[in-house]
Design a protein around this ligand. Structure first.
Ligand code: SF4
Length: 347
């Protein structure tokens, strides 16, 4: 499999998977931007994450469950993302399919991309003109980057990047208030789309940390009631709740100002990877070996390695299939608090 690498080539990246996947696609986008203009297709939820990304020529939103639903929506999108007409002598436009669905391959085909690169074994692979191995042994950020660099030897995983701007900085300034609290800021992200990935020890951990650190809680508006419970149980003064008020990019800005993030295996760990914030990631039904661990320096992954039922699901099941949920219930607050001290003593 030899892929053309041509300067000035028009490129399209299709990534309509989860928020974290979008963050992990930024090294691929950065690599492609060194070769020519890069258009990117993402979901409405992920689009704000890529605001101000200087590597993107044009960002397209595919609302496949809303405004762009059905065949007519798909056709309209294919028209919007259409490959530019090839100039004489110019290299053909090329599409990179960053998720493994047949729909993204079909989109690139319908949009006139004559070169289509995706992962071997994908549902849409018959629509690809080049197939790149899906390296189970590498971090997902590197797997995605390898769509553009399949022959590179193994090295350091490329780090994702996000670009919070003045608006996000102002939102976080307003939330943090006057700089009268000199305690180091520690961010907690207790949420996850998948219930079994939500570690139940955040309130107790917050109580332990409250005397020494200023705490900030990160998440979406659906995490606000948990954030309020955690803040109340901790008994701490000045807990910053970013769940209701901050956009994703502003949450990244807040994480970037923290000394440490404690999170489940969910999108906030990828925001921290992009912002270079040391991270403690708590894995329950999933494992770091899936390729979605933290990438910031001085990070730690925690999980009950001896538990035979782990991992039980690629994303995390809605309920523990064995009913006991030991992967999270038995991961004690002591272990996380020790890891917090370990990381912060190295900062
Ligand atoms: S089966 Fe094991 S790994 Fe899966 S949710 Fe239950 S305790 Fe966790």
């Amino acid at each position: 499999m030899a892929l053309a690498r041509a300067t000035g080539q028009h490129q399209l990246v299709v990534q309509t998977s989860f928020l974290g996947d979008t963050v992990l696609t930024t090294p691929l986008i950065a690599e492609l931007a060194t070769r020519g203009p890069v258009d990117v297709v993402v979901t409405p939820a992920s689009a704000p994450l890529l605001a101000r990304n200087p590597d993107i020529h044009e960002l397209f939103v595919y609302d496949k469950r809303g405004a762009d639903a059905g065949l007519s929506g798909f056709r309209r999108l294919a028209q919007r993302v259409r490959a530019p007409d090839a100039r004489e002598g110019a290299p053909p436009a090329i599409a990179y399919l960053a998720q493994r669905s047949a729909r993204s391959g079909a989109l690139a085909l319908a949009a006139g991309y004559t070169q289509r690169v995706g992962f071997e074994g994908s549902a849409g692979q018959t629509l690809y003109t080049a197939r790149v191995p899906y390296r189970e042994d590498r971090h997902h950020a590197e797997r995605l980057w390898r769509l553009a660099c399949p022959e590179q030897s193994d090295g350091e995983t490329p780090r994702p990047k996000l670009f919070p701007g003045r608006e996000e900085r102002a939102a976080v300034d307003a939330l943090l208030g006057a700089a009268t609290d000199s305690r180091p800021l520690v961010a907690l992200a207790p949420g996850s789309v998948w219930a079994t990935k939500r570690w139940p020890g955040y309130a107790e951990l917050a109580k332990r940390l409250a005397a020494r650190y200023r705490l900030a809680i990160i998440g979406g508006s659906s995490d606000s009631s948990d954030a309020a419970s955690i803040a109340e149980f901790s008994g701490a003064q000045g807990v910053v709740d970013g769940t209701a008020s901050l956009t994703l990019l502003a949450s990244a800005e807040l994480i970037g100002r923290a000394k440490l993030l404690v999170t489940n295996d969910s999108a906030p760990q990828h925001l921290a990877s992009a912002m270079g914030t040391p991270t403690i990631t708590i894995f329950g039904p999933t494992v770091e070996a899936f390729g979605f661990g933290p990438l910031a320096p001085n990070s730690i992954s925690l999980g009950l390695d001896a538990l035979a039922c782990r991992p039980c699901h690629h994303h995390g099941p809605p309920r523990c299939p064995l009913g006991h949920w030991r992967c999270m219930r038995e991961l004690g607050v002591d272990a996380v608090a020790i890891a917090v001290d370990e990381v912060l003593s190295g900062c």
